[in-house]
Design a protein around this ligand. Sequence first.
Ligand code: CA
Length: 221
Amino acid sequence: MKVLIVEDEARLGIFLRQALSEHAHTANWVQTCAEAANALVETKYDLVVLDLNLPDGDGLDLVREWRASGFTEPVLILSARDSLEDRIKGLDVGADDYLPKPFSVEELLAKMRALLRRQSVVKQSLLERNGIRLDLLGHTVHVNDGAIDLTGREYALLEIFMQNGGRVLTRTLISEKIWSSHYDVDTNLLDVYMSRLRAKMEGALGRPVFKTVRGIGYQML
Ligand code: CA
């Protein structure tokens, strides 16, 4: 599993990176909000271990931003701010668990395992975003409890967007995932599929679902 550690205290950061590596995780350690934001844009992580008091801001704001932009992986807050109010605030903005400092590595690893287990179960079965529900096992899509009839290709397209939250997806990336050899694909074909999917989804939801990002690709709203 790939873990991002956000911790400004060098001794603790190094210790955490070492401890996670010893337990077969690939851990990247950063010390500021800015570095954390960049790291998450550049690489896909399975879990984030997040300190709250950071030199350039509050970890809670990071969680809020990540959740708003569609980052769905677990966030485990690790903080000396351990009042009940702090914990509730952390969970309210979208963190998944809270471990007060000082902590034992065993407890941290156990909490991480629990979060990753939960995440993989969720991943296997259900994706939800803004009123759209995609069931990966049943291959069905529902909008506000009404079933939507999609072709196989349209379903695959929607799944890519649902898996990636609100990220802008490039035409190349989408094509690579939908067609096995994207080199042969006339890119107009992607636009045709996108416009069909868009018409069905927006017809059911009664609001825009996708945004065309000129020269780049598409974004799910
Ligand atoms: Ca700190």
